[in-house]
Write a protein that binds this ligand. Structure first.
Ligand code: AMP
Ligand code: MN
Length: 344
């Protein structure tokens, strides 16, 4: 069975599609602390390039979290490109700016800035805007866009015995929380139907990403949830995760994935925040906000971060206690400005 995606294919910008189809050796890069959307999109771009006779080198500055190991191709990501490689195109996936590439950008800035670039992204806070970029904040996931790119370029979505469909489906499941977020549109569902028809195991992917965890990770969640705090009369809920928590539970930093979404289940909070120690002098902040309330890109934007209106993040160059104090003050100020009609 095939699902007709033709109503959406005109939206694919020819400049982005042509550049990807013409690449002989594409450098395809993910954002730091990679998730299923950036990784799946990169694998999708690789499949497109290969279908058109080229090859790709896949870059992730941070190791791929074990959570995603069940998807084929995750072992092909490397942390660094070859500065003398014969790359003819850079494709950046799921990044609002080049800076989101993380440490690899600092290590190879000349290479990244020299290559012709296609950026495929769905972040509202995207600050780039090159001639071949495709930035569509109405897309639920970058993988939704890459699926359309693939179809536009005649790549069968069942390529690789379903591996391509599974990688793209994983990105959509990740960024929609299995179609639970308001970012799922008819196009998201049509693309997903096409991916399932092409062999993506939707239910298995959802279970792996959202309903299956190592016991050590459950223990980590317990510790962090147990110390949650509320401020601003319940409008802000927050908790903190230190390197000591990871050591005590035997977990990796990537095992914090999903914690913020539990904090965001608070009935009263406008803003949910998780502060994560990132060494002695940096703090990563994850934010979720209620529909119609604080814009998470505005809140994190004050600290140089970004993302989406309901889910965003930032990295603050300060130790956790100091970053928390500064960020909470701004979060409370913005939460106070939200006015809700009183419910009877
Ligand atoms: P997270 O809280 O890590 O799940 O991230 C939520 C969203 O915000 C994702 O779309 C991320 O890509 C984005 N995001 C997280 N951290 C940053 C950052 N430092 N700068 C820009 N966007 C970010
Ligand atoms: Mn994404």
């Amino acid at each position: 069975m095939t699902v007709d995606l033709s109503p959406w294919l005109d939206a694919v910008p020819p400049a982005a599609a042509d550049a990807i189809a013409a690449a002989r050796h594409a450098l395809v890069a993910c954002h730091e602390n990679p998730d299923a959307d950036t990784l799946g999109a990169a694998l999708g771009v690789e499949a497109i390039v290969r279908h058109h006779g080229g090859k790709a080198t896949l870059i992730s500055t941070d190791p791929v979290p074990p959570l995603y190991a069940f998807l084929e191709g995750m072992d092909r990501f490397v942390a660094d490109p070859d500065d003398n490689g014969d790359y003819d195109l850079l494709v950046v996936c799921d990044c609002g700016s080049l800076e989101r590439l993380g440490g690899v950008l600092e290590r190879h800035r000349a290479l990244f800035e020299r290559l012709p670039r296609v950026l495929v992204d769905h972040h509202a806070s995207n600050t780039d805007g090159g001639p071949r970029d495709w930035v569509d904040p109405t897309a639920a996931a970058t993988c939704e866009l890459v699926a359309l790119l693939a179809r536009r370029l005649s790549v069968p979505l069942d390529a690789g015995n379903g591996a391509l469909a599974a990688a793209l489906m994983a990105g959509i499941v990740m960024d929609t929380s299995t179609f639970a977020h308001p970012n799922s549109t008819p196009r998201t569902l049509a693309v997903s139907a096409a991916l399932v028809a092409s062999g993506a195991p939707l239910s298995e992917i959802s279970r792996r990403l959202y309903r299956s965890k190592p016991d050590a990770q459950l223990r980590l969640f317990g510790r962090v949830l147990d110390r949650l705090e509320v401020s601003d009369g319940g409008k802000v809920i927050h908790s903190s995760l230190s390197d000591a928590d990871l050591a005590a539970t035997g977990t990796l930093s990537s095992h914090s994935e999903g914690l913020i979404d539990l904090l965001a289940q608070s009935e009263t909070a406008e803003v949910a925040i998780l502060f994560k120690e990132d060494g002695p002098s940096a703090t990563r902040v994850s934010v979720r906000t209620k529909p119609g309330g604080v814009d998470a890109t505005v809140l994190t934007g004050v600290f140089g971060g970004g993302g989406h209106a309901r889910a965003a993040g930032a990295t603050i160059a300060a130790p956790l206690p100091e970053a928390r104090t500064r960020f909470l003050a701004e979060a409370e100020r913005q939460a106070d400005a939200v006015s809700r009609a009183a419910t009877a």
